[in-house]
Design a protein around this ligand. Structure first.
Ligand code: FNR
Length: 369
């Protein structure tokens, strides 16, 4: 019995019908040209509308914030219109949906940037071992190492905050229930937060408070647009890929969790590192996060329904997000409810392509493959 996992949850001013959250999942199928959500993307999200909350795939707040070809944006009218269709369809199916706001920072390449510019970062330090996905001038699609970024000048940081603000305005107009600031997985905000990727000497580098400043400025801008009760943040303490190695990971996460509580945001979403490498979160740290944050706390990474139920039962989590299970099981909630077997995700169709491996996973009502 999954009494807790399938129970409603009040998040901000919204009541979610269950606590099974669909994790943000980059699927690299945005319409081209223009990185615009399509009817196929709408179908994919609509199929998954029975999730308590859908978090969209990471969505770049600007061209500068893009690190992979074929991911959607939220900075043009056409992108906003595409997302509006997604949201309408999810709402028509009684779903709830949060838009993940993304700036990749240094995890990018001049081929993705306006006029072949260098990617931007807190400091001119390459993301060791990180790759991005590009379309070469001859049309060839491939993963390539990220390029050396240029350090952002202090005077440019209000412009970064403005990118998120404008994206939040578009997200609000598109009708999203929540906006999720992506401060995880080694992208721009975590690059500022992490002790090794931020070597700045201005007010945005050095102390923990300084390294966390940009995240809080971005958050405050998003809150100004839509209100704290419709805002969430995703963080990944202990994340070690993309060249991230934060000597103060837990202290930073707890400092921010307290700052989020003061602002009264709706939720904090913790991406656990186990799926991408990195040390597991300890129970003690999970409990500290719980104590520091007064909104809805979501954990994600390698959970089964039974693990999720236990984490909610013991009071550590309010909800649990599922990534790969939702790729392969559009009706994941129904399967959990019935104790049905799960379809296995096909890794070869995670990124890019069309309907195959995207909208054609069988549901319980259909004949099983
Ligand atoms: C991800 N993940 C991810 N995280 C994020 O914050 N934004 C994103 O766009 C993506 N994209 C993405 C694509 C794919 C194909 C995978 C497999 C993962 C991480 C994801 O949200 C989640 O944290 C992990 O998948 C771990 O959860 P599961 O899959 O073990 O339930």
């Amino acid at each position: 019995m999954l009494k807790k996992l399938l129970a409603p949850l009040k998040m901000g001013n919204t009541t979610l019908p269950n606590r099974v959250v669909m994790a943000p999942l980059t699927r690299s199928r945005a319409g081209q040209p223009g990185d615009i959500p399509t009817a196929l993307n709408t179908e994919y999200y609509t199929q998954r509308a029975s999730a308590g909350l859908i978090v969209t795939e990471a969505t770049q707040v600007s061209r500068q914030g893009q690190g992979y070809a074929l991911t959607p944006g939220i900075y043009t009218d056409a992108q906003e219109a595409g997302w509006t269709d997604v949201v309408k369809a999810v709402h028509a199916n009684y779903g709830h949906i949060s838009l993940q706001l993304w700036h990749v920072g240094r995890v990018s390449h001049s081929l993705l940037q306006e006029n072949g510019a260098a990617p931007v970062a807190p400091s001119a330090l390459i993301a060791e071992g990180a790759q991005c996905f590009v379309i070469q001038p001859d049309g060839k699609q491939e993963n390539v190492p990220t390029e050396m970024p240029r350090a952002l000048a202090t005077e440019e940081l209000p412009g970064i905050v403005a990118q998120y603000r404008q994206a939040a305005e578009r997200g609000q107009r598109a009708g999203f229930d929540f906006l999720e600031v992506h401060a995880a997985n080694g992208y721009l905000l975590q690059q500022f937060l992490s002790t090794n990727s931020n070597q700045r000497t201005d007010a945005y580098g050095g102390s923990l408070e300084n390294r966390a400043r940009l995240t809080l400025e971005v958050l405050d801008a998003v809150i100004e647009v839509i209100g704290a009760k419709q805002v969430g943040v995703r963080m990944s303490p202990h994340f070690v890929a993309q060249g991230i190695n934060d000597a103060e990971a837990e202290a930073s996460a707890l400092y921010l969790a307290n700052a989020f509580s003061e602002r009264g945001i709706a939720y904090l979403h913790i991406a656990e590192p186990d799926w991408a490498g990195g040390p597991e979160l300890s129970d003690a740290f999970r409990a500290q996060l719980r104590a520091a944050f007064n909104g809805a706390l979501i954990f994600c990474g390698g959970y089964t329904a039974a693990d999720a139920e236990a984490l909610i039962e013991q009071g550590t989590a309010d909800a649990v997000a599922f990534g790969r299970p939702f790729i392969a099981n559009p009706d994941l909630v129904a399967r959990f409810r019935q104790g049905a077997a799960l379809n296995k995700p096909d890794r070869t169709t995670f990124y890019g392509g069309g309907a195959h491996g995207y909208t054609d996973y069988p549901t319980l009502d259909l004949p099983q493959a």
